[in-house]
Design a protein. Structure first.
Length: 258
């Protein structure tokens, strides 16, 4: 059952990552902790980071073939974010796992409310990087990477709006480009957790296999459903808010605060 739930959880995350972009990878930690059964929150975070990174790398290939990735902007953002992720991951390992899950639930609430507000599909699909854009992407990338590393998540919910704010690219391009950042942040975070012995490689590989299949279907769905992004985001937001409240309640009980 562990192998099956890990693969199915990966498929769900891979699909959502490709269709929704920002916010999809945040499902990995609660799925690994509560569904797959990784009891140690830190190990769940480390394993999620590796699984999501590999998942994003596979899905990045799909989006690259579809022509949705803006490589110059994505590369600058990802490079700055790796430095932030290493700092954030080191700090996160020193925090009580129960508090990390509580912080994670708060982040999920933030993602849910952000998705409910919606995002415009408008933007410049032909954007080109300039020194000013590069400077903005470095600052935003480092900040996104630091929070991503601290919480052990891919950070897509930060990367997509960060890329849009920093460069003005269209949302579909930001979703495709975000996968480079998710992969880079995740591998940086996972490497830090792996050094501390907090990554389950077997589970991460099973998660990846499922994620590759889910991502393949997700890319096709993303291209066909681009005009319905608002409705998809809102539906996913409701699910995310409900899950966040459940994780928060469980974390508060484990801390004895509820």
């Amino acid at each position: 059952m562990t192998e099956l739930t890990a693969a199915l959880s990966g498929a769900l995350v891979g699909f959502v990552l490709s269709v929704i972009g920002g916010g999809g990878s945040i499902l990995a930690v609660p799925l690994l902790h509560y569904v797959v059964g990784i009891a140690d929150p830190h190990r769940a975070l480390g394993t999620a980071a590796l699984a999501v990174a590999a998942n994003a790398a596979v899905n990045l290939l799909h989006h690259a073939r579809a022509g949705t990735v803006k490589w110059p902007c994505a590369t600058v953002f990802a490079a700055a974010g790796v430095a932030g992720a290493l700092v954030g991951a080191r700090v996160g390992q020193g925090v009580d796992g129960r508090l990390l899950l509580l912080a994670f639930a708060v982040a999920m609430l933030g993602v849910g409310f952000a998705l409910l507000r919606g995002r415009s599909a408008e933007g410049d699909p032909g954007v080109r990087i300039t020194p000013v854009i590069a400077a903005r992407l470095v600052v935003l990338g480092f900040a996104a990477g630091a929070l991503s590393g601290f919480l052990g998540i891919g950070g897509g919910f930060l990367i997509v709006p960060g890329l849009i704010a920093g460069s003005g690219m269209a949302t579909l391009n930001a979703i495709g480009s975000s996968l480079l950042g998710i992969a880079a942040f995740g591998f940086a975070t996972a490497s830090s957790y792996a050094v501390a012995g907090l990554v389950d490689i077997r589970i991460a590989l099973l998660f990846l296999v499922g994620g590759a299949m889910g991502g393949w279907f997700g890319v096709a769905a993303a291209l066909r459903l681009a005009r319905y992004k608002g409705a998809l985001d809102r539906g996913f937001a409701v699910l995310l808010l409900a899950l966040a409240l459940a994780v928060m309640a469980q974390s508060l009980r484990s801390l004895g605060w509820l």
